[in-house]
Design a protein around this ligand. Structure first.
Ligand code: SAH
Length: 264
């Protein structure tokens, strides 16, 4: 296995490149790809920058140029539902591009000519990720996130959620817009700007992927300051410890090869 690890922003991946054994750096398409060993897993880390096109370009390059066999997106997101709180973790069960609308030619949200509105990440990899996230919250969280930060962000007992993640080229910071989105997309748990693009690319190339997001804000009028604070002081801790746990688990018990041959 060769794991591609994408985040949009530096703070969402800080520490991973430093933890890499034998790193080698290559610049391609205006991005820095760093290949090496992460907890004995062959990995390539990269920052996509923000938005669906940036993420699609990066995912494609990871597969076509760097030969990754699996992709993990790790980052932050706005809460998509009232049951999801800042500091919680979301592992995508399904992803949709909430700003895709070619109606009336195609149903709203359908990616034209694919027949699909939703794209599914890989179930076994996502299950491993849920386990890593739960272990992080149970075993690492109190040490990784200081008491001051826990209090400042009101992080009492963060939880792991599974559900629908909606991506679009918009930073959502408007309660009414979020409510409308929530009404149109049942099961919504998080809003962000890259995951569904990665899921579409991985679906088309037949590469298993998984998307994990720490909730940085409530996608309402306070979203921008909340997002900035969370990303600065907490996001990297989540990404680092969860990725470490995931890599160790994958080393101990490798994923079974997929039996289908999609995308070949
Ligand atoms: N002003 C910021 C822009 C960040 S965009 C800057 O200059 O860095 C927000 C990033 O975090 C995106 O990569 C997106 O995937 C995620 N995100 C977090 N909260 C979000 C929200 N409420 N709406 C959309 N994306 C969000």
């Amino acid at each position: 296995m060769r794991l591609g690890i994408i985040s949009a922003l530096h703070e969402e991946q800080a520490g991973l490149v430093e933890a890499m054994r034998g790193p080698s750096r290559l610049i391609h398409g205006m991005r820095d790809y760093v290949a090496g060993q992460l907890w004995e897993i062959d990995a390539v880390c990269v920052l996509s920058r923000i938005g669906k096109v940036a993420a699609a370009m990066t995912a494609t390059t990871l597969v076509e140029k760097f030969g990754v066999t699996h992709i993990l997106f790790t980052g932050v997101a706005g809460a998509g539902d009232k049951t999801v709180q800042v500091g919680d973790i979301v592992v995508a069960e399904s992803l949709v591009q909430h700003d895709m609308d070619a109606s009336p030619l195609f149903p709203r949200f359908e990616v034209p000519l694919t027949g699909q509105t939703h794209f599914q990440p890989d179930a076994p990899l996502s299950m491993r990720l849920v386990g890593a996230a739960q272990d992080f919250l149970e075993l690492d969280f109190l040490d990784a996130v200081g008491e001051g930060e826990r209090r400042a962000f009101g992080l009492a007992r963060p939880r792991v959620h599974r559900g629908l993640v909606a991506s679009g080229d918009q930073f959502v910071n408007d309660r009414l817009r979020l409510e409308a989105m929530n009404g149109a997309l049942p099961g919504l748990v998080a809003v962000e700007m890259e995951g569904a693009a990665v899921a579409q690319v991985c679906h088309e190339l037949g590469v298993p992927c998984a998307v994990i997001r720490a909730i940085s804000d409530n996608a309402n009028e306070n979203a921008a300051p909340d997002f900035m604070r969370f990303v600065k002081s907490i996001a990297a801790q989540y990404a680092f410890h969860i990725t470490r746990r995931l890599c160790r688990d994958l080393k101990e018990a490798p994923l079974q090869p997929r039996s289908d041959s999609a995308g070949t």
